[in-house]
Design a protein around this ligand. Structure first.
Ligand SMILES: Cc1ncc(COP(=O)(O)O)c(C=O)c1O
Ligand SMILES: N[C@@H](CCOP(=O)(O)O)C(=O)O
Length: 570
């Protein structure tokens, strides 16, 4: 755990593990294609306000662009006042489902190709809007996705509601399965992304030109054969590796959607000077990368000394405005909410339901990767609790629209040191109480007052879900065990694996139940605790599965002695 002031690596082991080099090796993955491309002719009016003055003294105002700069940075923009801007910009003409893409022209880039192919297509029949998150309750309250709003009139969370009738009318389950399958493995804009290959179910009305994507998603779902067999006695254990992603965590899935919508809002003239979040390290990394790709300022609030170096260096390298604070994540979250309600900075945490629209595509991808067969269990580590709802929503939409005929059961896994949901579950879902979360190796889920608590409880109760917890000792041991079978787990994935172990021990999950553990981040973001575990340096932790390097003199006979002993040679 490090502070912004100390960006130096402390690796350990005299022989050196090369951890820093490895951390840099995170890479993005891309696949893909298209079937239909389209372009709508969105209004390209941009406005900005004179609010820069109000920002001075709150954050480093000079790091953010002036209204004139915002206007100048967007094609066709002109600077106007907040009053002129109003809140209800005219709606763009929406796009249709478009024809199959012909071959790309020699001098065309993929955006230009998408523009050309879609120029002739009509308006899309799909739409989505914000409604209060109040399942089962009738309400007339609704908002356009082009409004900047995070809560309902009563203060409830919002949800993105799709026009399910229009989606049903477009085709049956087979139609959607075929459409989504046809887009995998290509580089057609924007369907080369695992998120945007499901565009009709994500942000159906956004202009392809506004999309900010690094072709995220399409992460691998692999059979964890040896861990399954040797550690939990299972035949069908799978890991969905959402951490093999552009910034090393599942946050990319939601951030491409949120930053694309911000891109659109700025083009439509909303006076947004930047995008901000509180973070335990992964949200800030994703936000900074997507904002940097789009040329939009990012502002991140981080709890000092509570995130890894690999996480901290990401927003720094991507040019975000990084504010390191002497508080925990919950403190940062309170502050970013205050700041974003005062300044024209868009809130990027999962309180903002746009994020979950991208994250839900991981659930759809799991079904797709199983050739549309439904697994029995899906285990997701939970912190701020947006992701567990996102998974529920992805599975739910697939069932509602006929792609599959049932839902898997969901398990949310929490660190015992940060377990407010687990406590509520044990209490029969009565009396949820926020807690003060304690430090945990699973530092990205050290959250005591999760913003999506209502969404999580709803998701879990709808699918007969379960909540489990993992102690620090259990997390470190299971990560070492998993790594020894060829994985390289982050501690949050460890929390999910512990939940699996416990549910197997109690016989809740059966030996042959097809089970997916969601790995939420890349292990290379969290190397320090592994180094300390394997060198038996962790206070209060017994390193039962330690595999430290052996120091050996650089001569043949010393090396042979060690090999004889370790490999039981005679
Ligand atoms: C690596 C990792 N795993 C799991 C989570 C938990 O996700 P959520 O906050 O949506 O519950 C987070 C962030 O909170 C995370 O960064
Ligand atoms: N683990 C998260 C915590 C914030 O969650 P969010 O999904 O609400 O942004 C992080 O990496 O910051």
């Amino acid at each position: 755990m490090v502070s912004a002031a100390a960006v130096t690596s402390r690796v350990g082991f005299g022989v050196g593990f090369g951890a820093r080099k490895g951390e840099e090796a995170l890479h993005s993955q891309s696949l893909q294609q298209s079937v239909s491309l389209r372009r709508d002719f969105a209004l390209q009016r941009i406005v900005a306000t004179g609010s820069g003055k109000r920002m001075a003294g709150v954050v480093r105002a000079e790091a953010l662009p002036s209204s004139q700069e915002v206007a100048e940075s967007v094609p066709g923009a002109k600077a106007v006042t907040l009053e002129e801007a109003g809140t209800d910009s005219a709606k763009p003409v929406s796009s249709g489902n478009g024809p199959v893409s012909p071959k790309k022209g020699r001098n065309e880039n993929i955006r230009e190709e998408a523009r050309r192919v879609c120029a002739g297509s009509g308006p899309t029949s799909f739409s989505a809007k914000y409604v209060p998150f109040a399942p089962g309750q009738e309400t007339d309250e609704e908002y356009s996705l082009d409004e900047v709003i995070y809560r309902s009139k009563t203060g409830a969370l919002l949800d993105v509601q799709h026009d399910m009738e229009a989606l049903k009318k477009a085709g049956d389950g087979e139609y959607w399965r075929n459409l989504f399958d046809s887009r995998v493995g290509k580089t057609t804009w924007p369907y080369g992304s695992g998120v945007w290959s499901k565009k009709e179910w994500v942000l159906p009305e956004i202009d392809d030109d506004d999309i900010v994507s690094v072709f995220e998603g399409n992460s691998n779902l692999f059979w964890a054969e040896r861990f399954g067999r040797e550690v939990v006695d299972m035949t069908e254990l799978w890991v969905k590796h959402c951490g093999i992603s552009h910034t090393g965590s599942f946050k990319d899935l939601g951030m491409t959607v949120l930053v694309s919508q911000v891109n659109r809002l700025r083009r439509l003239g909303k006076p947004l000077l930047g995008v901000g979040c509180a973070s335990t390290g992964d949200t800030s990394a994703a936000l900074s990368a997507y904002c940097a790709a789009a040329g939009i300022p990012a502002i991140v609030f981080l709890p000092a000394n509570k995130i890894s170096i690999a996480q901290l260096v990401q927003p720094i390298a991507n040019g975000a405005l990084v504010l390191s604070m002497d508080t925990d994540f919950d403190g940062c979250m309170r502050l970013i909410r205050e700041v974003t309600s005062e300044l024209p900075i868009y809130l990027a945490n999962s309180l903002n339901s746009l994020r979950l629209e991208g994250q839900k595509t991981a659930a759809i991808e799991i079904l797709q990767q199983f050739d549309w067969e439904v697994p029995d269990w899906v285990i997701v580590p939970g912190g701020n609790l947006g992701n567990i709802y996102a998974f529920y929503k992805g599975f739910y939409m697939c069932k509602e629209l006929g792609l599959v005929d049932r839902m898997p059961r969901l398990v949310c896994a929490q660190a015992a040191n940060a377990n407010p949901l687990y406590r509520a579950f044990k209490d029969g879902w009565e009396n949820f109480k926020p807690i003060k979360a304690l430090p945990t190796f699973a530092s990205a889920i050290q959250i005591g007052d999760p913003v999506s608590i209502d969404r999580a409880i709803y998701a879990l109760t709808q699918c007969d879900g379960i909540v489990e917890e993992a102690t620090e000792q259990e997390i470190m041991d299971v990560c070492a065990q998993a790594d020894a079978t060829g994985m390289f787990t982050c501690p949050h994935t460890g929390v999910a694996l512990v939940a699996l172990q416990k549910l197997r021990e109690r016989g809740v999950i059966g030996r042959n139940d097809r089970t997916v553990v969601v790995s939420t981040a890349h292990g290379l973001k969290f190397t320090q605790s592994k180094v300390e575990y394997h060198s038996s340096e962790l206070a209060d932790i017994t390193s039962k599965f330690a595999n430290p390097p052996i120091s050996v003199a650089d001569d043949f006979s010393s090396i042979m002695d060690v090999l004889r002993q370790k490999l039981a040679l005679r």
